[in-house]
Design a protein around this ligand. Structure first.
Ligand code: 5GP
Ligand code: MN
Length: 340
């Protein structure tokens, strides 16, 4: 694997860190998705198998459709269990930061992390990594997912992921590529998938858990969003869906319920940018962006919504009302597309 040539120094440092049993704490980004949780639990299962004491701490609630993964029951949720999370962090000897490139992505948990004087390892595939957040950075923006990159790193270190780890890594690859729809043109990825299958995973049951276990209310929320709330602006190039806190309550919204929704308007001919706005609480709006081709929507998100992400898939936040967030979009996205 030539990627592993590239990270020779990082791998040898990791080998030193892992040489003796350590108290390792693993962190995904907030609003964790399948890749973030898959990578955390992929590492969790590999590292406990070789004798480390490992805990995954999620900044906030893990979506229900990911809680079946091997090891998920042991994840500590910072937002609802700050005491346990802080105690564990205080005892930790090594931090693994997975699937994010900036400490802001762990929210309030960042304040605790900053007080710790222990080595940090960052494994991620987002562009523009903040090199100050870790001593060892393994960043590959060409990787489909942090799970794919993690598999390569594990192999580079001489670990052979067992079935529990393989299940988690496979899940992250499938969710981050939209079931091999995007970021999945590299033949090496399919060799990795073949190895994960050889590890004994039950692909069909994983797909059932990830993609075919929706609640009825989630499906109705999707229907409402696409049927009643989809707006098209900028001469048919931009679609947005804005869901209020009231609407989310009506459809019994749970974390993860809107996963995939933002991709759907992009399948309409002519739409090159799709935006989903969800009012998570009064005065706070979460945004998801998708774009086609050369439109770097992460740059837009950084500029107007203190966000970031990948060129064609990004996210951000807005402090203010849902209507005000929509107004910002309506007044800025056209000029942005026209290259202001
Ligand atoms: P999603 O729309 O699926 O939640 O996120 C799309 C991509 O943008 C993911 O790679 C995610 O990590 C990133 N992302 C989502 N929200 C934010 C955010 O608030 N800030 C930054 N920097 N990245 C985000
Ligand atoms: Mn990812």
């Amino acid at each position: 694997d030539d990627i592993m040539e590239l990270f020779r120094n990082e791998l040898s440092q990791l080998t030193k860190y892992f040489a003796h049993p350590q108290k390792i704490t693993i962190l995904p980004h907030k609003d964790p998705d399948g890749d973030a949780i898959g990578a955390c639990l992929g590492w969790y299962n590999v590292l406990i198998a070789v004798g480390h004491d490992v805990v995954v701490i999620s900044p906030d609630e893990v979506p229900e459709n990911l809680r079946w993964m091997p090891g998920a029951a042991h994840i500590v949720t910072f937002s609802s269990d700050k005491g346990t999370a802080s105690d564990r962090l205080a005892k930790s000897e090594l931090l693994l930061l997975l699937d994010f490139n900036d400490l802001k992505r762990v929210g309030e948990l960042a304040n605790v992390v900053r007080t710790l004087d222990i080595p940090r390892v960052n494994i991620d595939h987002h562009p523009y990594p903040d090199t100050a957040i870790s001593q060892v950075l393994i960043s590959d923006t060409g990787a489909s997912s942090t799970c794919e990159l993690s598999f390569r790193v594990m192999k580079g270190l001489g670990y052979k992921p067992g079935i529990e780890s393989a299940v988690c890594l496979y899940s992250g690859i499938m969710t981050d590529t939209g079931m091999l729809n995007h970021n999945s043109s590299n033949p090496g990825l399919y060799r990795i998938i073949a190895e994960l299958l050889e590890a004994g995973i039950d692909k069909d049951s994983i797909h059932k858990e990830l993609f075919h276990s929706n609640s009825l209310s989630r499906t109705r929320l999707m229907g409402h969003a696409l049927g009643n709330k989809l707006q098209v602006i900028s001469s048919g190039r931009v679609a947005y869906i804005a869901l209020s806190a009231e609407e989310l309550r009506m459809y019994e919204y749970k974390p993860g319920d809107t996963e995939g929704l933002v991709n759907m308007p992009l399948s309409v001919k002519g739409i090159v940018v799709s935006i989903l706005l969800t009012e998570r609480k009064e005065g706070f709006v979460k945004l998801s962006f998708r774009s086609r081709g050369g439109i770097a929507i992460n740059a837009y998100s950084t500029r107007y919504f203190s966000g970031g992400g990948h060129s064609n898939a990004a996210g951000g936040e807005f402090v203010g009302s849902l209507d005000d967030a929509v107004s910002v979009i309506c007044s800025t996205i056209g000029p942005f597309l026209d290259g202001d």
